[in-house]
Design a binder for this molecule. Structure first.
Ligand code: CUA
Length: 323
């Protein structure tokens, strides 16, 4: 009797410890709190599956412990054989039928939730979803808004509005992933994938590239800034070249060359006169050279001009010919 109590106490202790870890929120087993309908459906599916896997875990580990204690050797000789049991039809039926039912329950639930995760909701009263283009590059995210405004690593959108994002890659496979706003979507060279979100709260949601894509994969972070409709519209209309240039510098160049161009993984560039040579710079950024990837593949003139303006005004510390 005392042993049984001990086992029970140990098992309960373990269960409590695991429950604490599971409820520790974003640092534990629990997923992020969803802030978009598709993300919350993914979350529901996770919980539904967790009920079964949790019950099976407790059942399997519980019986394991039970058998270890109940059928231990108890001083019998090592050569003693236990009773030989062959077949138990009812038990075999039970352990076949129950898993089939569990799989059916999981599959039905997932297929019921899937359209709400995958399909972009139909047009709203105010003229359909906001459409934003995402280009994944080694090693940054570029966003293009309907009016042609561009931003890097930071996506702006308005609250309670369906946002459809079309995802492209300029080089290798990346994966768009903002956990609070939905699941991962691959960015595949030569293909377009798409997903959507509808953020229910103003704030900043962070995410990262979900697929190993090279040395600076870990720097491919993304922020989604959700603002009121007015703030979003003001932002998207008034992105000047200097702010785009700064955005490009921080997202595209500084990751390798340091925030002031002082050199980091990439060489020091703040004194390199190439920074103020329009044509040479464009060539290098479009085509890459040596270890430097063609970071600006697909850029338009405005993007180049913005970066050049910023390099000239802020980054370049070298000599200038003709004063
Ligand atoms: Cu892009 Cu990892």
């Amino acid at each position: 009797m005392r042993r049984k109590t001990l086992v029970l106490v140990l098992a309960l202790g373990a269960a409590l410890a695991l429950a604490c870890a599971a409820y520790a929120g974003n640092g534990g087993f629990a997923p992020e709190t969803p802030h978009s309908p598709n993300a919350s459906r993914i979350n529901d599916s996770y919980k539904w599956i967790a009920i079964f896997t949790g019950a099976i875990f407790v059942l399997v580990e519980g019986s394991l412990l039970w058998f270890v204690f109940r059928y231990r050797r108890r001083g019998r000789p090592r050569t003693a054989e236990g009773p030989q049991i062959h077949a138990h039809t009812r038990l075999e039926l039970i352990w076949t039928v129950i898993p089939v039912l569990i799989l059916a329950a999981i599959a039905s639930f997932i297929f019921y939730k899937l359209p709400g995760i995958k399909d972009v909701p139909r047009a709203q009263a105010e003229g359909g979803p906001l459409q934003i283009r995402i280009d994944a590059h080694q090693f940054y995210w570029q966003f293009t808004y309907p009016n042609g405004t561009v931003s890097v690593d930071e996506l702006h959108a308005s609250v309670n509005k369906v946002v459809r994002v079309d995802i492209y890659s300029s080089d290798v496979d990346h994966s768009w992933w903002i956990p609070e706003l939905g699941g991962k979507f691959d960015a595949i060279p030569g293909q377009r994938t798409h997903t959507w979100f509808k953020a229910d709260q103003i704030g900043t949601y962070s995410g990262r590239c979900g697929e190993f894509c090279g040395v600076f994969h870990a720097e491919m972070r993304a922020r989604v800034v959700i603002e009121s409709q007015d703030e979003y519209e003001a932002w998207v209309r008034h992105q000047g070249p200097l702010s785009l240039g700064r955005n490009e510098w921080m997202g595209v160049c500084a990751k390798c060359h340091g925030p002031q161009g002082e050199g980091d993984y990439g060489p020091q560039i703040s004194n390199n006169s190439l920074l103020i040579q329009t044509q040479g710079l464009e060539q290098l950024l479009r085509n890459g050279r040596g270890k430097m990837p063609p970071v600006a593949r697909g850029w338009n003139d405005e993007q180049f001009q913005a970066l050049e303006k910023y390099l000239d005004a802020v980054v370049y510390k070298g000599q200038r010919s003709g004063g």
